[in-house]
Design a protein around this ligand. Structure first.
Ligand SMILES: [Zn+2]
Length: 78
Protein backbone atom coordinates (compact mmCIF):
# COMPACT_ATOMS: atom_id res chain seq x y z
CA UNK A 1 0.00 0.00 0.00
CA UNK A 2 2.69 2.46 1.04
CA UNK A 3 4.92 1.41 -1.84
CA UNK A 4 2.08 1.93 -4.34
CA UNK A 5 1.33 5.35 -2.89
CA UNK A 6 5.01 6.32 -3.01
CA UNK A 7 5.32 5.14 -6.61
CA UNK A 8 2.17 7.06 -7.62
CA UNK A 9 3.38 10.26 -5.93
CA UNK A 10 6.80 9.88 -7.58
CA UNK A 11 5.18 9.35 -11.01
CA UNK A 12 2.94 12.41 -10.56
CA UNK A 13 5.90 14.54 -9.44
CA UNK A 14 7.94 13.41 -12.44
CA UNK A 15 5.03 14.16 -14.80
CA UNK A 16 4.51 17.64 -13.31
CA UNK A 17 8.25 18.34 -13.46
CA UNK A 18 8.42 17.27 -17.10
CA UNK A 19 5.34 19.36 -17.90
CA UNK A 20 6.92 22.48 -16.36
CA UNK A 21 10.23 21.75 -18.09
CA UNK A 22 8.47 21.45 -21.47
CA UNK A 23 6.59 24.70 -20.83
CA UNK A 24 9.78 26.60 -19.98
CA UNK A 25 12.16 24.88 -22.43
CA UNK A 26 10.09 23.68 -25.41
CA UNK A 27 13.13 23.16 -27.63
CA UNK A 28 15.70 20.43 -27.27
CA UNK A 29 18.86 19.61 -29.14
CA UNK A 30 18.43 17.78 -32.42
CA UNK A 31 19.43 14.18 -31.79
CA UNK A 32 20.70 13.62 -35.30
CA UNK A 33 23.22 16.51 -35.46
CA UNK A 34 23.50 17.04 -31.66
CA UNK A 35 22.45 20.70 -31.99
CA UNK A 36 25.03 21.70 -34.62
CA UNK A 37 22.50 22.09 -37.42
CA UNK A 38 24.90 20.45 -39.82
CA UNK A 39 26.12 16.96 -40.40
CA UNK A 40 29.25 15.56 -42.01
CA UNK A 41 28.65 13.96 -45.37
CA UNK A 42 29.18 10.19 -45.61
CA UNK A 43 32.47 10.75 -47.43
CA UNK A 44 33.68 12.99 -44.60
CA UNK A 45 34.60 15.89 -46.89
CA UNK A 46 31.66 18.28 -46.59
CA UNK A 47 29.29 19.59 -43.98
CA UNK A 48 25.66 19.46 -44.94
CA UNK A 49 22.62 21.03 -43.26
CA UNK A 50 20.87 18.52 -41.05
CA UNK A 51 17.77 17.25 -42.80
CA UNK A 52 15.88 16.38 -39.63
CA UNK A 53 16.03 19.87 -38.05
CA UNK A 54 16.52 21.73 -41.37
CA UNK A 55 19.77 23.25 -40.10
CA UNK A 56 18.37 24.84 -36.95
CA UNK A 57 19.87 22.33 -34.52
CA UNK A 58 16.66 22.34 -32.50
CA UNK A 59 13.77 19.95 -32.14
CA UNK A 60 10.42 20.31 -30.42
CA UNK A 61 10.41 18.11 -27.34
CA UNK A 62 7.96 15.22 -27.18
CA UNK A 63 6.10 16.67 -24.18
CA UNK A 64 5.66 20.00 -25.93
CA UNK A 65 4.47 18.26 -29.09
CA UNK A 66 1.81 16.46 -27.04
CA UNK A 67 0.92 19.77 -25.34
CA UNK A 68 0.50 21.50 -28.73
CA UNK A 69 -1.59 18.60 -30.02
CA UNK A 70 -3.89 18.79 -26.97
CA UNK A 71 -4.21 22.58 -27.34
CA UNK A 72 -5.07 22.26 -31.03
CA UNK A 73 -7.60 19.54 -30.25
CA UNK A 74 -9.19 21.68 -27.54
CA UNK A 75 -9.30 24.74 -29.82
CA UNK A 76 -10.88 22.78 -32.67
CA UNK A 77 -13.50 21.28 -30.35
CA UNK A 78 -14.78 24.67 -29.17
ZN1 LIG B 1 19.68 18.37 -36.70
Amino acid sequence: MTLTLTATVAAVLLAVGYYIECAVFPWGKCLKCEGNGKKMSPTGKHWRPCRRCKGTGKRLRVGRRVWNWLQRRHRDAT
